[in-house]
Design a protein around this ligand. Structure first.
Ligand SMILES: NC(=O)c1ccc[n+]([C@@H]2O[C@H](COP(=O)([O-])OP(=O)(O)OC[C@H]3O[C@@H](n4cnc5c(N)ncnc54)[C@H](OP(=O)(O)O)[C@@H]3O)[C@@H](O)[C@H]2O)c1
Length: 291
């Protein structure tokens, strides 16, 4: 159990929900922000904010002062070694507990940076909880929203493979649980949603909820990469997405666990609930408000 909790990645897909869930639990939250000035009121209204950057160790001391627990995110743009050095710094100053946002399969997959960071955390004296999350439903709001809004299609090169999509709101709430309740120290949880779906089934849910036909054309990896290039996405990001969707295509992203249910004390959100909750954004009638 922790008192002051430092939340990294607090403006991100999961971090914003960690802040909200910790606040709802009356935890003492400190949000670590690269630029504390222009953050949304959603973040600024809660707790203390501190300037923090993984690539600027001179910002770490103030951020870590009197901190008991950390919600740790490795931003995709930050090198794993910088996150590792930050973990060591947290250990040195006496932080007691880190909840780390990892990815499903990280224990065995030596290719993902999360594998290395998990090991680095476990090599310290810190108490830890590893939150190995499945593919976020919110990726559909971010990377794939233009295809849905402008072309009425789900343009994902995942073939007929199934994915155990998890809602980032549930991941955020699970993080708040492990940081504020006892019994989660030195444990790892595989956080998935309640069902594994292929993208044809996801498209059918979109069609039903939005009241218009959304198709899943099962694009090849090459067709997907070409469209992403035309949209101006970076080559590295496209390669990462292709790797993730190849995992799904091979049927390796389909495992459903009951860890989310056990932590949340309720069923995690289904894909249908996610699409209903963000329907205006998928209809294009709402300004993108975040996740
Ligand atoms: N997407 C998935 O399906 C999925 C599934 C499982 C695990 N994951 C893992 O989740 C992590 C990403 O979490 P997310 O999606 O919640 O984050 P996100 O939406 O990608 O946002 C990244 C966050 O990191 C912050 N950030 C960027 N550079 C920083 C720096 N140099 N120093 C400090 N903060 C910095 C950003 O702040 P600014 O507002 O300042 O940019 C933002 O708050 C990754 O490690 C990913 O592998 C993702």
């Amino acid at each position: 159990m922790t008192n002051v909790v430092l939340v990294t990645g607090a403006t991100g897909t999961v971090g914003r929900h960690v802040v909200a869930a910790l606040t709802a639990r009356d935890a003492d939250v400190r949000t670590a922000l690269r630029d504390p000035e222009p953050v949304s009121s959603e973040i600024a209204d809660v707790g203390d904010t501190v300037a923090f950057d993984f690539t600027k160790p001179e910002t770490w001391g103030r951020a870590l002062t009197d901190v008991d627990g950390i919600f740790l995110v490795r931003p995709p743009v930050v090198d794993k070694s910088e996150v590792g050095s930050f973990v060591d710094a947290a250990d040195r100053v006496g932080v007691s507990h880190i909840a780390y946002l990892s990815t499903l399969g990280a224990a065995k997959n030596v290719l993902v940076p999360h594998h290395w960071i998990e090991k680095r955390i476990m090599a310290t004296d810190l108490e830890y909880t590893l939150l190995r999350a499945s593919f976020f439903m919110q990726n559909l709001l971010e990377v794939h929203r233009p295809d849905l809004v402008e072309h009425d299609e789900l343009f994902v090169p995942a073939g007929s493979g199934k994915t155990s999509f998890v809602d980032a709101r549930d991941v955020g709430e699970a993080a708040a649980v492990v940081l504020t309740e006892s019994g989660h120290v030195d444990r790892a949880y595989d956080l998935t949603g309640p069902e594994a779906l292929d993208y044809g089934e996801v498209a059918a849910i979109f069609s039903d909820v939005l009241g218009r036909s959304i198709t899943y054309p099962e694009p090849s990896l090459v067709a997907f990469a070409n469209r992403m290039r035309r949209r101006g996405e970076a080559v590295g990001f496209i390669a990462l997405m292709c790797g993730i969707y190849t995992t799904a295509r091979l049927g390796l992203a389909a495992r459903v666990t009951d860890d989310s249910q056990r932590l949340l004390g309720r069923r995690p959100r289904k894909m249908r609930t996610f699409v209903e909750d963000y329907a205006d954004e998928f209809r294009g009638t709402s300004r993108r408000t975040g996740r």
